[in-house]
Design a protein around this ligand. Structure first.
Ligand SMILES: Nc1ncnc2c1ncn2[C@@H]1O[C@H](COP(=O)(O)OP(=O)(O)OP(=O)(O)O)[C@@H](O)[C@H]1O
Length: 606
């Protein structure tokens, strides 16, 4: 449930970001105000003109003077309006960019638990359309709302001094408008929030279906997905129509009541001129002023709605910015010395933040020791907590009790950056970024020179048996990922593995990263891994007997605990549950890519 804030509270939160550009915004505001004041001065020239020229005995030069002054004022108004744009637009884009950058930085800092909870479309719409709304409001809406209100106040004051009897009639119309305005503000704020949230949900749906397009097509579910999308889009449309209708109703009242008051003023004005209480010039000036402020009065509705939409956008932005970083650096971090890679889990407990309190912990007292340089396989039935345990080592989540130590130091005592340079991770689900193979592989590496980068790249690709990269159209510089060349599942896995290797970790954590490789390639990878990363401690979730047999020792996971540790042969001989788990492991997958590559090094999937 979003926190309720007043308009001023929401706008106040923007102040620190707007402060650097306030002088320029203020100049923009002065120009906008200048344009309005100039526009309001024109009727007064008309008044003098009517009274001094059109009256019997009026002089011709006065006509030329008045025409010249009106022309000058008109030009001045145009210059003021152009300057307003100059002053406001560029600085507001600077604020938009800095808000967007800090938003992105904050997303990077927030824990995985936060990202588990939030739909990607909601974050996308906050990063893009909400900030765009805020920028447009800063450059135009905010300034024009103040200028418009001031123009109306100044205009009405002038009308008061021109013909106070008529101004009172005009003012009487303002009372119901103000009362309606308060009700409109509250109601419109709610609908605006609903529509922006719905737009975010819609973006999530688009994002998910684009990502999952293969599954939708393969299962023939495209039309069902379209139906669900249409329903959501229709919901958003209805909210938008509702919003537009309520704005139209408000604008109608804001326009109609002053017009009705002017009609009454016209009749009254003629009677007053007839009675000699008001001059004809004053009557003309009164209506000319009313005509000048008619525009600002009419724009009050759209400006108010823009302000309320911007308030919602600000609230939505700060809901994310207020989310606390739950995984942070320690106050007194421990500097990693030479890493040996001894890893120990000491009575580790963990429950996901959104899990119900009645549910037992996913990890319920895991204790396990890995010797420096050893390869340990983690085996267990599905859902026993293997992947969860791995994610605790680089602190993607934090333990809820117990501790994880590397060379005797709690992982929470390292700076996150240091910890993540010690520990490299390769997941089964391989995410590659829209960039070259080289950039993807060297993502976690820190080479001192281009030559070292080339060396790291070559070695990592070789160990991961990913030499197919050199047959790609531009070799290691070929773009891959969403905007580049598509790779097969096995190729993706090998590039992702090369990424983990290139980081030269002290500890390598692998969540079944070779699942798409055939046994022979897996064996080759394991063999080269042992050679190149001989000193690297490796913890690998194994879903296949072949992976298990390559490990020095195996840890058996059962209901969130380690129930046995030993060599594959020992456990096979003495542990009933282990035999059951191994028997239930799937048959070896056939990685046709690597098979083809063995026969023909051109095995590139385009
Ligand atoms: N992000 C999450 N939020 C809440 N619960 C989760 C989350 N991820 C996993 N779980 C739950 O934690 C439990 C352990 O999941 P985990 O993925 O660690 O098991 P696993 O042993 O790796 O399974 P598998 O072999 O199928 O990959 C499961 O019951 C799962 O539903």
């Amino acid at each position: 449930m979003p926190r309720q804030t007043t308009l001023l509270q929401s706008l106040g939160r923007l102040y620190p970001h707007v402060r650097p550009i306030l002088p320029r915004l203020f100049l923009g505001f002065l120009c906008a105000l200048g344009a309005s004041v100039v526009a309001l001065a024109i009727p007064q020239v008309l008044r003098v003109l009517v009274n001094s020229y059109l009256e019997p005995g009026g002089s011709v030069p006065a006509l030329w003077w008045a025409t010249g002054i009106v022309l000058l004022l008109g030009s001045l108004e145009a210059v003021f309006l152009a300057l307003r744009r100059q002053f406001a637009i560029a600085p507001s884009t600077t604020v938009e960019t800095s808000l967007r950058t800090s938003f992105y930085r904050h997303l990077q800092d927030l824990s995985i638990a936060f990202h588990d909870r939030w739909g990607s479309g909601q974050l996308l719409s906050r990063a893009m359309s909400d900030l765009n709304l805020i920028r447009r409001w800063m450059a135009f809406g905010a300034m024009m709302l103040i200028v418009t209100a001031l123009t109306v106040v100044i205009g009405v004051t002038i009308m008061f001094f021109t013909a106070w009897q008529l101004a009172i009639v005009f003012l009487a119309a303002a009372v119901p408008i103000i009362i309606y305005g308060f009700r409109f503000r509250r109601f419109y704020g709610r609908v605006s929030r609903q529509s922006q949230d719905q737009a975010g949900d819609l973006a999530t749906t688009v994002e998910e279906s684009v990502h999952g397009i293969r599954v939708l097509k393969a299962f023939g579910r495209s039309s069902e997905a379209l139906d669900a999308f249409e329903e959501q889009a229709e919901g958003l449309r209805q909210t938008e129509v509702y919003k537009a209708n309520s704005l139209a109703k408000f604008s109608l009242v804001v326009t109609l009541l002053p017009e009705a008051a002017l009609a009454v003023s016209l009749v009254l004005g003629i009677l007053l001129v007839d009675a000699g209480l008001v001059s004809i010039g004053a009557l003309v000036a009164f209506f000319a002023t009313a005509a000048v402020i008619a525009g600002p009065v009419e724009s009050m509705g759209p400006l108010l709605s823009m302000t309320l939409t911007a308030k919602t956008a600000i609230d939505r932005h700060f809901e994310v910015m207020d989310a606390k970083r739950t995984i942070t650096d320690p106050e007194q971090p421990c500097r990693p010395a030479e890493v040996h890679g001894q890893l120990s889990f000491d009575d580790v407990h963990f429950a996901y933040p959104d899990a119900s309190p009645e549910r037992p912990d996913v990890l319920d007292g895991v204790s396990l020791d890995l010797r420096a340089g050893e390869t340990m396989a983690l085996v267990g039935i599905t859902g026993s907590g293997k992947s969860t345990l791995l994610q605790l080592v680089p602190r993607l989540y934090d333990v809820t009790a117990g501790s994880i130590r590397i060379d005797g130091t709690d992982v929470r005592d390292y700076r996150l950056e240091d910890l993540r340079s010690i520990v490299a991770v390769a997941f089964e689900d391989t995410t590659l970024f829209s960039s070259s193979v080289r950039d993807n592989v060297l993502l976690g590496a820190d080479p001192a020179s281009d030559a070292e980068a080339d060396l790291l790249l070559r070695e990592a690709l070789e160990v991961a048996q990913a030499q197919f990269v050199y047959s790609l159209p531009q070799g290691a510089d070929t773009l891959i990922g969403e905007e580049g060349l598509s790779l097969s599942g096995g190729q993706r896995q090998r590039v992702a593995l090369a990424r983990a290797i290139a980081a030269r970790p002290g500890l390598l954590i692998m969540d079944d990263p070779l699942s798409a490789l055939d046994v022979r390639t897996e064996e080759l990878v394991e063999h080269r891994l042992r050679e190149v990363l001989a000193d690297t401690t490796t913890l690998v979730v194994a879903h296949r007997p072949s992976t298990v047999s390559l490990a020095d020792r195996v840890a058996l996971m059962e209901n969130g605990r380690i129930s046995a540790v030993g060599t594959h042969a020992e456990l096979l001989a003495g542990n009933e549950h282990y035999r059951h788990v191994i028997a239930s492991l799937p048959a070896e997958p056939q990685d046709l890519d690597s098979q083809l590559e063995t026969e023909d090094e051109d095995g590139v999937v385009l």
